[in-house]
Design a protein around this ligand. Structure first.
Ligand code: NAD
Ligand code: ZN
Length: 387
């Protein structure tokens, strides 16, 4: 029963009954219920989730922000860590007892995207917010006690004591690493740090602006600081975020509500014409426009990390791109999860990124509604739920 993991012989190839936090409708409180979790099929892995945290993407999905993506009942959650309970046929690289983090943007290793070094997309297991079932048979591995299927979410569905995922969405982590902090690599921290390293390739001595200082924005700050950026401007409408921000690499702060003029004008004044890199981590189209205009003409690069509600379009006129500014977006910070995350985890263990700072709250799984409220109220960066 070490770490709460049942002995393999008790559960392997059997249906497991355990607790999950189910979403029954947009914005309806999570209900902790008993669910049945099927054994993993071919190329699938069943994981005992030990920790899960809450990302803004879970919040948006729970609120049903994108109507076309709604599906209920559903098990949300995609930032987590745990221990492999059993693996399905054909899984060679993962075994029972491995310490792992699930990744919502998988890497099958075989498709044209996985074989191309320019992208971290994946044909089989890449992120797909419309996907609600497993690839193998188009069915769910979760069901209610009465037998009604429960939908999957973002390849991961971590608000459950046990989950089944594609093996392409499982990353093995050094067993010496603290699973608590490794949880953050499952989404927010990898996304932010990866955006600074893999997508923007922030250079030493450069200037950076970050719009939205949640875990994703703060991870960009950590990534930019580690690369030697000298000015890192944090923009947020919640001034409480600046305290954490200053501890994590932010050198200057701006609350847009304190100024009459647009933020991009303030930033251009502070930096002699604009920043080298700007990161949108709020998922708001007006903010994206400010982020874009805050970059320097000629070379400024804007990276979109925030998830924007449909049917919003880019808030730019094509002519505005003739100024030489570039705009790009990234999923999971450009990391190819299976091949690159283990090394990033090592770097984090060596202290390149301070993961502890991101965990502002810890609660038992049963208090998931409270944990969501902390994120809604802007009080938490990441609240870690213990399963
Ligand atoms: P969060 O809620 O913790 O942080 C968002 C921050 O934005 C908050 O601090 C909030 O105060 C701030 N904000 C809100 N309105 C603002 C405004 N007008 N100007 C400036 N700041 C403002 O969220 P998070 O978990 O850090 O996620 C951030 C975004 O990144 C979300 O849209 C999320 O869906 C997205 N995301 C994308 C990826 C990806 O792979 N691209 C991965 C994870 C999360
Ligand atoms: Zn996320």
């Amino acid at each position: 029963m070490e770490n709460g993991l049942r002995k393999p012989s008790e559960t392997t190839r059997k249906v497991i009954t355990c607790k999950a936090a189910i979403t029954w409708g947009p914005g309806e409180p999570f209900v902790i219920e008993e669910v049945k979790v099927d054994p993993p099929q071919k190329m699938e892995v069943r994981i005992k989730i030990l920790f899960t945290s809450i990302c803004h993407t879970d919040l948006s999905a729970w609120q049903g922000e994108n109507e076309a993506q709604r599906a209920y009942p559903r098990i949300l959650g995609h930032e987590a860590s745990g221990i492999v309970e059993s693996v399905g046929e054909g899984v060679m690289d993962i075994k029972e007892g491995d310490h792992v983090v699930p990744i919502f943007n998988g890497e099958c290793g075989d498709c044209p995207y996985c074989k191309c070094e320019k992208t971290n997309m994946c044909e089989r297991a890449g992120v797909n917010p419309f996907m609600t079932v497993m690839v193998n048979d188009g069915k769910s591995r979760f069901s209610c006690k009465e037998g009604k299927p429960i939908f999957h979410f973002l390849n991961t569905s971590t608000f459950c004591e046990y989950t089944v995922v594609e093996s392409a969405c499982v990353v093995k982590i050094d067993p010496d690493a603290s699973l608590k902090t490794m949880t953050l690599l499952s989404c927010g921290v990898s996304t932010g740090v990866g955006a600074a390293w893999n997508i923007a390739n922030v250079k030493a001595g450069s200037t950076v602006a970050i719009f939205g200082l949640g875990a994703v924005g703060l991870a960009v700050a950590e990534g930019a600081r580690a690369r030697g950026a000298t000015k890192i401007i944090g923009v947020d409408i919640n001034p409480n975020k600046f305290i954490k921000g200053r501890a994590m690499g932010i050198t200057d702060t701006i609350n847009p509500r304190d100024f009459e003029k647009p933020v991009h004008e303030c930033i251009r004044e502070m930096t002699g014409g604009g920043v080298d890199y700007s990161f949108e981590c709020a998922g708001i189209s007006e903010v994206l426009r400010e982020a874009f205009l805050a970059t320097h003409e000629g070379w400024g690069l804007t990276v979109i990390l925030g998830i924007h509600t449909s049917p919003k379009m880019l808030p730019l006129h094509p002519m505005e791109l003739f100024t030489g500014r570039v705009i790009i977006a990234t999923v999971f910070g450009g990391f190819k999860g299976k091949t690159q995350l283990p090394n990033f985890a090592k770097e984090c263990m060596q202290g390149v990124v301070n993961l502890e700072e991101f965990i502002t709250h810890e609660l038992p799984f049963e208090k998931i509604n409270e944990a969501f409220q902390l994120l809604i109220d802007g009080k938490s960066v990441r609240c870690l739920l213990h399963l």
